[in-house]
Design a protein around this ligand. Structure first.
Ligand code: 3HC
Length: 330
């Protein structure tokens, strides 16, 4: 039983014996891979963890549109513009599925929006970096969406029904996102020396922040142990990070690009790459709001919210009028 194993690591989770009957019945469903649906009983901590993770996942999708949206008007060809437009629109859809999944747990869209705009809620650290050249759009698709796929595929099997079902649709679209990014990198890497240099520069700037997307090292992860006992999280942060490195390094080699890590070395014994130290100081600075683009990203979302006030008021006025007409007609 996962909960019991974890107990043995002294992480303080309750064992089944220590749970009250309702909690035990719940954990036994989790352990039997039975999906939990919104209207079923769940521990308050399970609900809170899901609201936290799903709403921040949704915020990441919405804020994630900004770095790429910055290049839609500057895409080098009509095809690239159409592909990037489709990708950025997909991300909006991912955000909406995830906000809807979170709403089934009793939090409203307005509450989640307020948490984002006030800075209370997080979104993925990766979106606080600037997109300086067209190659960044390739690196984002290849690395950022590649990391997102690595992290989201296991969530398709998570215990909460609406979240796992949302991920099935999201992961299908993420694969297209990753492919189109890698295709941009292939064209540039096989292009002129200047284009190849642009691709290498983008890899240099996006490699380490992409590894940070998987979260802090397991030893510093606040939520992992409980989230894994509840099968909200199916793997640890370090496990998925390692899988991502092992999968991505050969892709960089195929492009003839160098991963910016002098400590990167294949480790036969572990059947994976050893890699250098991640700058967790940079990661935590970004979480505190001190990244290169934190203020710009949050400012863009705050401006979008205030610019849309007239539209929300119009919708509300119209729906109130319709309701009043309906009542009058009854
Ligand atoms: N950026 C911002 N905050 C992060 C983070 C990151 N990369 N990694 C961890 N954190 C935060 C956590 O949210 C938590 O803070 P909180 O308690 O205030 O929420 C704290 O750091 C401790 O981290 P933990 O490892 O304990 O937290 P989790 O167990 O929640 O693990 C996670 C972090 C792996 C990101 C997990 O939340 C997760 O899998 N989330 C779902 C997937 C997701 O959100 N992906 C983000 C990218 S979406 C995307 O890329 C869109 C694509 O279309 C491009």
């Amino acid at each position: 039983m996962y909960a019991q194993e974890v107990k043995s690591t002294g992480k303080g989770l309750k064992t089944l014996e220590e749970m009250d009957p309702e909690e035990r019945a719940f954990q036994e469903k989790i352990d039997a891979n039975i999906k939990i649906e919104p209207k079923e009983w769940m521990p308050e901590g399970y609900r809170k963890t899901l609201i936290r993770q799903i709403s921040q996942h949704a915020h990441s999708e919405i804020v994630g549109q900004l770095p790429e949206g910055n290049w839609i008007t500057r895409a080098p060809t009509l095809d690239r513009k159409a592909i990037l437009l489709a990708k950025v629109q997909d991300e909006a859809g991912h955000g909406l599925y995830l906000y809807c999944a979170a709403e089934t747990l009793g939090i409203s869209r307005d509450q989640m929006t307020e948490q984002l705009l006030s800075g209370k809620a997080k979104y993925s650290s990766i979106f606080n970096y600037p997109t300086l050249t067209w190659a960044d759009i390739g690196a984002i698709g290849w690395l950022v969406d590649g990391a997102a796929i690595m992290n989201q595929v296991p969530i398709q099997r998570c215990s909460f029904g609406p979240y796992s079902r949302a991920m099935i649709r999201v992961c299908k679209e993420e694969s297209f996102h990753q492919r189109q990014g890698y295709d941009i990198m292939m064209v540039l890497a096989k292009g002129t020396p200047e284009q190849k240099e642009m691709a290498q520069d983008a890899l240099n700037r996006w490699w380490w922040p992409s590894l940070m997307m998987f979260g802090p090292p397991d030893a510093e992860s606040v939520h992992s142990v409980q989230s894994m006992a509840w099968k909200i999280k199916m793997n640890t942060n370090d496990e998925l990070r390692q899988k991502f490195v092992d999968q991505t390094v050969p892709q960089a080699e195929y492009l003839g690009l160098k991963v910016p890590d002098d400590d990167l070395k294949w480790n036969e014994e572990k059947d994976g790459y050893d890699f250098g130290e991640i700058d967790w100081g940079e990661f935590y600075e970004i979480l505190k709001g001190n990244g290169p683009c934190n203020k710009e990203r949050l400012g863009a979302r705050q401006k979008a919210w205030s610019d849309g006030e007239w539209f929300r008021e119009g919708l509300m006025a119209y729906s109130k009028k319709r309701k009043a007409r309906k009542v009058a007609a009854e």
